[in-house]
Design a protein around this ligand. Sequence first.
Ligand code: SF4
Length: 351
Amino acid sequence: MIKEGLPLINEKESFIKALHTWYHNTHRKLPWRETPSLYKTVVSEFMLQQTQVDTVLPYFHNWLKIFPDFQALAHADEDAVVKQWEGLGYYRRAKNLHKLAKNLVFLETIPTDPLSWNKFPGVGPYTSAAITSIAFGFPSAVVDGNVIRILSRLCCIKTQFKDNNQAVKNLTELANAVLCSKDPNTHNQAVMELGATICTKANPKCTVCPVVNLCQGAKQGIAHTIPSFTPRKTENITIDRLWLEYDGMLLLHKISATSKRLANMYELPKREGILTHIGHQTLLFTKKRGISNQRITENIYLTSHLTQSDIDRILKEAVNLIWIKKEALDSITLSGPHKKWINLLLPLKTD
Ligand code: SF4
C-alpha cells in the first residue's frame, strides 16, 4: 500500500458519501445504465476499452438492434460481428466479445466473481472488476487511467510511474481499500464518471469536484501535474499508400488472417514493391494521426495512366492485393481511417 493513501483511507466514509451523492445527482444517462443487464454491461465495457463514450454510443445502439443478447451474438458469423465494429478500432475486442458470448451461452451458471471472468477472452482485471461489480455487486475496484489519476491526485502521489501497468499495480490495493463494499456498482461507476467528466487529464475541474475537500493534490495546487509517467520516446512513422482504380474497382490490401492487428480487414495498399512504379503517381493528400507514442504520417498517392502491363503485373505478382468493385465496398470490413479516406475520395474519383 502506498503510504500517501492512508489519509484518504482514514476519510473513507466521507469520500464514499460525497462521491456517491454527486453521482446519484449528476451522472450521465447512458443506455447501459438506464435499463441495465449483464449483456449491456459486457458490451459497453468492451466498447469503452480505449474509446470515449460519445464514440461508443451510436455503435452500442446499433449493436443492440442487430445482436440483442448473448444468444444472437453467439450465433452470428465472425465477419458480421467485426463488420458492426467497423470504425470503432481495436477489432480484437469484437472477436473476443463474440468468443465470450459463445462461451457464456453454454454455461449453466454464469460466474459472478472477477477471477472467473478473467479467464474469458478479452477480459482483463479492469473489465472483470467492472462487469462483476456492476452486474453482480461483487466488491472489486476498477483501476484504469481514470482511477490512477483520481487516486494519485487525491493522495498527492508524486511517484513517477514507468507506465500505466506499473501504476495499476501500485494503486490497486488503495483503490480496493477505499471501495464501498456495500455498493461497489455505484462506487465504480461514480469513480469512472468523476474521471471522465471532472478529474480530467488536462484542467481538472476542482472547483466543482465533490471530493475537493479531501484532495491533497488540489490543496497543494499541483493536481494538474499528477500522475507523473516516465516520458516515452516519440516514434515518427511515414507510410505511402496508393489510390488505384481500374474498371470500376479499387485495389485494396487484405491483411493476413494471422496478423496480430486488423486480421482479415482491408486497407489502401502500401506504395511498395511492384506498386512503386505502377502508372503515374501524384500526391492526393496527407493525413497525420497518433497511436500511443507513434506519430504516423500517411501520404495517399493517386495512380493514373495505368497500362495493361501494369494491370497484368499486379494480377501476377501482388500478394494479398484484391480488386474490389466500388459498389461492393460496403460489404467488406475496412480499417477505421481507411474507411474514412475511401468515403471521402470515392465520390471525387472516376476511372
Ligand atoms: Fe481531481 Fe481536482 Fe477533484 Fe482532486 S479536486 S479529485 S484533482 S478534480
